[in-house]
Structures are given as C-alpha cells and as structure tokens.
Design a binder for this molecule. Structure first.
Ligand code: BGC
Length: 753
C-alpha cells in the first residue's frame, strides 16, 4: 500500500511538472516573434572564435550575430566549458528573450574516453553494461557542457558493406530494441535535469540501415511488413524508454526522402505513437532533398520538410531563410511552427536550461570528470565483455603467462588510434592502449614486435588524423617472418583502421584491407601457430582464417582500454562471453545476410542434396553464414539439455514455461548467453524462420548446472500482420533454446486464441 501511495504521489508530481512546463512553453511562445520562433528551429554547426573577439565577416559573423538576435535554437560540435559558456552567454544575455541554446554532439561511444563501438558493445548482450556505458558517456559529455547526444543509432543493419553498421546494435530487432532502451536510459537517467544526464536521440528515422547495396546515403525500398516488424521496433522501444528526440536521415523510403516523410513523422511518430519531443533533420538533409530530385529548390525543401514533420533544421540554413515567407504564402501553417517550437522549448525546460543555462558549465567538474578513473575503468570492463572468441582449436588460448616467446605482428598491433573507432571527435589521437602495451603488462613472456605492413598517414579530413593500410610496400614482411619463425606463438593484429568503417565508409570487399592477407599467409608459411586478433567495425569474410588458423579473436574497435582488455582475454584473466550481433558472411555475394530471413517456396538446406538445382540458393556458395548471429565461444565448455515445455498449448492470456539445463563441463568458470528463438510456422503474412525472443546471461562454475526458465506468453508471438494489426495469431510454433541462432534444439507448441 505504501508503495502504491509513493508511486501515485510520484505520478502526480510528474504530471504537475509536465503541466508546469507546458504552461511555461505556451507563455514563452506567446512572447516570441515569428523570426524568434523560426530561430529555435535552426541548428548550426560550431565555428571558431567564440572565446576570442567576435568574427569580422562571412559565415562565422553571420552565425554569431544570429545567436545574439535569438535566431539559433541549437548548436552542434561546440564543446568544452569555456566554448559552450561563451556561446550560451551570447544567447542568454544578449538576445531579446534570452532563450538558452541546446548543445548537441555525437557522443556515440564515449566522449573523450572512448567505449567500444556500439556494434562491439552489443556483442556483450549485457544490457546493464551497455546502459552503464551510455550513462558514463553522458556524464563525461555533460561535464564538457553538452546537453544532447545524437545517439543511440537504432538502425537495424543486415549488410556489412554499409560502414555505419558499427554504430548500431546489429541485425536483430529484439536485441536492438533492448539495447536501444538501455542506451536511452543510460544517457537520460531518471532525471534529465541533472548535470550528469543528457537528452538522447533515436536515429535515423527510419530505415537508413536498409540503404541499397550497402552504399551510404542511398535509396531504401522496403515494404510495410519489414518496416513494422524489423525497422520500427527499436525506435518504438526508444520512445517507450522516454527518448526526447528523434533524428531523421539521408535516405528516401519508398520514394520519399524521410526528412519530408509525413507518414513516418506525422502519422506514425507524432500521431500513432504520440511522441512529444522533437525531430531534428540529419546534417543538411533538408537541402539534400533537392539532389534527391524531390524538392524543386531550397524554399520548396523547407516547405516539404516542415510539412513532413521535421522540427529542427541541422545545417541546411533553410528554415531560417524561408519559413516566414512560406507562412506568408500559406504553404506552411503557423500552427506547425508553434508545434515544432513548443517541442524544442519543452526539451530545453526538461533539461533545466531555463532554470540555469550555465548549469552544465563547471570548470571543476569538467577537470575532474573528463578522463576520470571511473570512466576509464568502465571502458575496460565493457571492452572485455565485447570480445567474441570465434575459434580456439586445441585450446591454443588462453596463452601461458610465462616461458613463451611471442611474435606480435601486424599494422594494428601497436596502433593507438584505430581502436578508438570512428566516432571519437573529442578523443585525443593515439590515446588508446595498444595490444602491444596491453600484452607488455604481462612480463613473463618474451615479446618481439614487427609491424609487417605499415599504416600510411593521410591528410587529416578536418576532424581526424586519418591513416590507411599500406597496399604496395611489402618491405616489412620479411622482418615479420623472421620473428615469427622462432616464436612459440604468433599473435597477429589485423583488420580495419579506425576510420575504415563508419559514415561514408561503405566497402565492396570485406577482406582484410591492403597487404594484410598476404602478410598473414607469408607468416603462416613459417609458423602456423597463429592467434588472429581482429579489429574491425563490421563483419568480415574470414573463410581462409577459419579454415587455417587455430584461434580467432573478434576484438572490434574497443576504445580507450582496448589493448588491456584484449590482453586480459589472450592470457585468460577474462573468459570471453561475447556473441555476434551480426552474421558473418562467407562471401560478399550473400549480402544482405541475417538469421531471421523468410523461408521461401523452395527453402532447401545447406549441404543437403547439393546436386539439386531448383531451390533458393547459390550454385557457388552456401546459404549459411560462416559465423551466425548469436555465436561466440568461451574458454569454458557448456552443454545445453533438450528443451522441456510445461505444456504444448499456450492459451491466450496465459503463459507456459520453457526450460533447459545448462552445465559447465570444463574446469574454467564462464558465462554463456542462453538464447530463445521462436518460429511462427504459418501466419497471415510469411514469417521469419526464427526470431530471438529472449536470452539470459548465465554464469557457471566448473561442473555447475543451472536450470534456465523462459516464460512464453502471447506477447512474444505478436507481429504486424496482414490486417495491419500488432497481434499474435493462433497456430503452430517451434521454439529453440541454444547458444546461437543456428541451434537445432527445438520443441513445438500451439497457440490457441
Ligand atoms: C550523421 C548523423 C550525425 C550528424 C551530426 C550526420 O552526417 O548522419 O548521424 O548525428 O551528422 O554530426
């Protein structure tokens, strides 16, 4: 009873706060001129000189003056307490109404201290850790004056050619939804107005992850079934977790650039889902509708974007220039502008910016929080949990801690930059712990190092110190072979340099870039005892490696603590438990590739009747991935029993139990991710061959057995059906429990309405 009263009182307080904010917003709105309203919908990228004298001419002067004139609602990429304060001061103390600016930033996997790239973190399947990583990213960003991150990216991605797969949670809408919610909760916390939390953004709304042929910024053409069942769930989950903003994107969807998509933004998001935060465009995406061949000119682009539901214009400068004219011509409605501005002001109130626009700006906090031990320690923990062991023949891993002679080879072995990954605008270059440094912390072995193939420095692109992996210079290969020849074990650190995945980094080939494969095979010719440590932002094609090498460790781009985390796994101080959040293909030609595909009228099974031609397959490749979604090994060994069901009938409104027993048959304590998949055997629309519906992280001591129980209810069976309803249809279902999506451990049940 006491609990109910407390909950009820909290509910009343939160309703009062909402009402308070709503009335403050309407009051402020009534005092604003049209231009000031439009100004709130205008977002600029940062520029230099905030803390110096005012700029004298050109674009920078214009931006500066516009802030003073109350014509800028938000800025991105302005960071650091001094810079943010200088800009905020202009807005708050010099503009007529003193409306504070909301400062946005891409804190995607950390701020200055970097966490593993989101795809890597997702491999942990550890929602508490993922939430913690977002919470600490928020804390560090907020200490630098940031109030709003453009994360999480919740795009479902099935095509490893697309460089932005590194930013998301992979291919599965169920796992993606849970991770989206964990990240939103982490960034926003339970009190958005705290100095340690920031507003989150669910992006990119929607379907950007389905960019045709994996090319960035590209066309998307998918049906309503895939949209509702696969693309939208993580966005819905973000909304339910309370996300304050959405970002649309560069792609068109079924012919309409999503920046102007009324169906997505007005009907679904602001209509059916009742979202009351605001939508920001992607960078210049309003302007880009001209290049899409959708808007006639800039003015028309503004009209289409506002009518389509975009509330804030990121870096197109179109709203500020044309919205007033468009109102006067009756092409957009004043009510739409009022609605957009109210949404933006509301979030600013919720952040506490009106109460104290300088609340995020504390030099002491900035100095003590950024790079603090608390955050650094967390990057280590998250990095360890993100590592996936793909192969470990004859227990070559873990390595002995003494008495070994180890050859450490590869362009990424002592690279302190690549592990930081792609979104690390605020990180110091070369600030990650390299694998060499991590391994040298264990001093019982003799380690010799050879780069084999060099990284080449390229011209910085404005943000980053770019490198690439050498494609021509083979001069280092002989040295690598020399040290490998006499080593007990060779650790090779190969993969993609930090900016080889990410935005605009689509690849048509998914092999090891540059001369790395040649280096690997040359080293292999003198010593086959190779542990391959991979650093990459996307699934790669690893057939040769799987066939020939005894051990493969997927170490992604793991952030600041990368090398220490990898070393702890190589030496067995941490037993790997990561599971792939995306399928790894055998060939690029298999893409898009995902475990929850639909069956066809000619399904066939890999390896069965290879002579038969007339089924849905390739004549030169298997259908199956090399490593399936959900796959990952451990130094422990686990056995999972057959599945027991409490009943073979599930009645509407009731539930049944599915149980397995899992035993750790090894001598090493370990963690297994037990996964539950369900297949709806027939329905009013065709359904995937199986879908993840639950999982549990299970820790087991040597010899220990635990019973793991999943409750199966109607909710788990729901989908967007042929009558456009989100419901469970009666019928037959297969249920699988295992340790990857390729498990065959199945039972069946019926759902009766
Ligand atoms: C990306 C967004 C990002 C924005 C601001 C765009 O190019 O698509 O994801 O948030 O830039 O940096």
């Amino acid at each position: 009873m006491k609990k109910i009263i407390i909950l009820f009182s909290l509910l009343i307080i939160s309703c009062q706060q909402t009402n308070d904010i709503d009335s403050k917003v309407s009051k402020l709105l009534s005092q604003m001129t049209i231009q000031e309203k439009i100004g709130q919908m205008n977002q600029y990228n940062g520029f230099t000189n905030f803390t110096g004298p005012a700029p004298e001419g050109g674009d920078e002067k214009n931006k500066y003056d516009n802030i003073k004139n109350g014509l800028v609602g938000s800025m991105l990429n302005v960071r650091g307490v001094d810079e943010v304060r200088a800009v905020q001061r202009l807005a708050v103390e010099e503009s007529r109404l003193g409306i504070p600016i909301i400062f946005g930033f891409d804190a995607i996997h950390g701020y200055k201290t970097t966490f593993p790239i989101p795809l890597a973190e997702s491999a942990s399947w550890n929602l508490d850790l993922i939430e913690k990583s977002a919470r600490l990213t928020a804390k560090e960003s907020a200490a630098a004056g940031i109030n709003w991150t453009f994360a999480p990216m919740v795009d479902i991605t099935r095509d490893a050619r697309w460089g932005r797969v590194m930013e998301g949670a992979g291919e599965d809408p169920y796992l993606g939804s849970l991770i989206a919610a964990a990240r939103v909760k982490g960034f926003q916390g339970s009190d958005l107005s705290s100095e340690e939390t920031i507003a989150a953004t669910a992006k990119h709304f929607a379907a950007y992850g389905f960019s045709e042929s994996g090319k960035d910024y590209n066309t998307v053409d998918i049906g309503i079934n895939t949209l509702y069942n696969t693309v939208l769930p993580p966005f819905k989950a973000s909304l339910e977790a309370g996300v304050k903003t959405f970002m649309n994107s560069f792609n068109d969807l079924n012919g309409i650039p999503v920046t102007a998509d009324k169906f997505l933004q007005r009907e679904i998001l602001k209509g059916d889902w009742d979202f009351d935060g605001f939508i920001v465009s992607d960078w210049g995406s309003i302007r880009e509708m001209i290049d899409h061949g959708y808007a006639k000119d800039r003015k028309n682009a503004g009209e289409l974007a506002l009518n389509g539901g975009s509330d804030m214009d990121m870096e197109s400068y179109i709203y500020l220039e044309y919205l007033e004219e468009l109102i006067n011509e009756g092409k957009v409605k004043m009510s739409q502008i009022d609605d957009a501005v109210s949404r933006i002001l509301k979030v600013k109130y919720e952040l506490g910016l009106f109460e104290d626009p300088y609340k995020y700006l504390d030099k002491e906090r900035e100095a003590s929080v950024i790079g603090s031990k608390e955050i650094l320690d967390a990057t280590y923990e998250v990095a360890q949990n993100s590592i996936v062991l793909l192969k470990n023949e004859n227990n070559i891993l873990p390595l002995k801690k003494s008495g070994l002679s180890i050859a450490l080879i590869g362009p990424l072995a002592d690279d302190k930059n690549s592990p930081l990954g792609n979104w690390r605008i605020a990180a110091d270059n070369n600030s990650a712990i390299s694998v060499k440094e991590g391994m040298e912390n264990y001093d019982g072995n003799k380690i010799t190092h050879s780069i084999g193939v060099r990284l080449i420095n390229k011209v910085p692109d404005g943000f980053h110190e770019e490198v690439s992996i050498n494609e021509t210079d083979k001069s280092g290969i002989s040295d690598a072979k020399r040290i490998a020849r006499n080593a007990d074990v060779v650790v090779m650190v190969l993969g993609e340099y930090g900016f080889q995945s990410g935005e605009a980094r689509s690849r048509a080939k998914l092999d090891l870039p540059g001369l790395q494969q040649e280096l690997l095979e040359e080293v292999y010719s003198v010593n086959k005892n190779i542990v391959l440590v991979l650093m990459n932002g996307r699934p790669l094609v690893l057939n040769w490696h799987e066939e020939n090498l005894p051990a493969i460790v997927e170490a992604w781009h793991l952030g600041t603590s990368s090398g220490s985390a990898i070393a702890s796994v190589l030496y067995g101080d941490f037993n790997p438990s990561g599971k792939l959040p995306m399928s790894f293909p055998r060939s690029v030609g298999q893409l898009p590739l995902y475990y929850n595909y639909k069956s066809t009228g000619r399904p066939g099974i890999d390896g069965v009747d290879p002579g038969s031609v007339f089924w849905s397959h390739y004549i030169d490749e298997l259908n199956s991935p090399l490593y399936p979604f959900g796959f990952g090994l451990s130094y422990s060994e686990f056995i999972i029993s057959d599945v027991k069901l409490s009943s073979n009938e599930l009645k509407s409104g009731e539930s049944i139990q599915a149980t397995i027993e899992i035993t750790n048959t090894s001598k090493i304590k370990g963690r297994e991710v037990v996964q539950l998949y369900i297949q709806d055997k027939y329905a009013s629309t065709t359904r995937p061959v199986k879908e993840l519906k639950g999982f549990e992280l299970v820790d087991l001591n040597p010899g220990e057995t635990k019973a793991i129980n999943f409750t199966i209810d109607e909710k788990m069976l729901e989908f967007y059906n042929a009558s456009n309803q989100w419901i469970a249809e009666p019928g037959e279902f297969n249920l699988y429990i295992g340790n990857s999506s390729s498990t065959k451990n199945a039972v069946s049940f019926n759902f009766i309405d």
